[in-house]
Design a protein around this ligand. Sequence first.
Ligand code: NAP
Ligand code: GDD
Length: 405
Amino acid sequence: MKKALIFGITGQDGSYLAEFLLGKGYEVTGVTRRVSINTTERISHILPKLNIVEGDITDAFNVMRVIEETEPDEVYNLAAQSHVGTSFSQTHLTLDVTAGGVWNILEAIRHSPRCFDMRFYQASTSELFGKNYDETENGEKFQNEKTQFMPQSPYAVAKMAAHNMVRIYREGYGMHASSGILFNHESERRGEHFVTRKITKWVGEFVNFKRAVRKEYNLKIIETVFTEDKIMFKCGNTGEVLSKFGKLRLGNLDAYRDWGHAADYVRAMWMMLQQDSPDDYVIATGESHTIREFLDAAFNAVEIEDWSDYVMIDPEFYRPAEVDYLRGCPRKAKSVLQWEPEISFEELAYRMVKHDVKTQGLQRPDLQKVPANSFKTRQIHMSDVQEEGQESMAQCPPHNEMEFG
Ligand code: NAP
Ligand code: GDD
């Protein structure tokens, strides 16, 4: 039985990778940090099948001991301070974890008597490209393995250092060490502070809140009124204000991202380690969308056609430096690894919304009755008035095969 060791098993990717490797018959060990609350929610369904050891990648001795004791065939490093926005305010921590942690793992493998019996995967990122892209003859922008890196955040600088170290250990010490340059990938398990999940979680909460208002007041028709920062619910008959809900606050809506589903991307990680020779691969869908387009897909899933009144721009969520355009060319992964994404952008958004409409219902905020005339109305939208029980999920469009041009 093959043995895999996953740093970052409690994260989005860690949970999908652990599931995938168990399905392949691996013995899977995951490293979790000692924390004051439970962080194993994403792996709770497979926990009895996993070996869990405590550790932190910033602790070199700990990393060395874990690798020595578990004797893995494959080591996957998914652990990182992975939030780009946070990296601007926690620069040192980001460097220590996201770069320094990788040194610790590489050194532990290099000094192990089993060095050449282990294969290593490092979670690199499309953030490495930052401001830079290449263009096809038709002027289409893209990034591939040859595109020059131009990082735009402390997170990306840390990941670039780690990426280069992996290459140096591969070339200098002959280690089987590969980096997956993964473009954004999301899922129902995505952290709630990344933009896609922030949007779908809000949609889930909003739909459930509105249902709860109807139920509480036993109303068939409610009217939705938009103020600058709130959505007010009024009784359709009397005009009485029943409750209010904060708008979805976001930053830059014009950035482009190449979004795929995490379940597809962990498959690529494993495929890289099954190759005879280690290498770096871009993993992406080849399709790019703005945050506005993700908003379209997420709100359309609950049959709201125009989200503009539900969203407000909050400068707090702008970053000091932005990555404006990401669109990966996965040609190498397709030809060498035979890897293809299976879940489309539309299906991704639909699945995330569906999940959050279902689960956020359990956590709806308490109803709050506010007196009439305690707010200024900006716009009134009767189009949003629906009959009780009518909120439904729109049909998800079929997945069209995407070909990179
Ligand atoms: P995530 O959900 O934020 O998970 C990060 C994981 O790292 C968590 O398990 C976290 O543990 C762990 N971790 C953080 N600091 C650690 C430390 N000092 N020692 C040990 N573990 C630590 O991230 P993800 O989306 O799954 O991404 C996985 C990896 O791929 C990350 O390295 C990320 O930078 C990279 N990446 C992600 C994407 C994407 O779009 N998702 C794209 C490219 C690259 P806790 O649960 O205890 O916090
Ligand atoms: N998080 C967040 N929150 N982002 C927002 C918001 C907001 O309220 N409003 C707008 N955005 C914009 C960001 O400015 C960025 O342009 C885009 O939405 C995506 O932000 P995130 O979802 O936080 O992801 P990211 O692209 O910065 O980073 C993710 O992908 C990288 C791969 O390209 C992370 O998973 C990284 O770990 C990963 O390396």
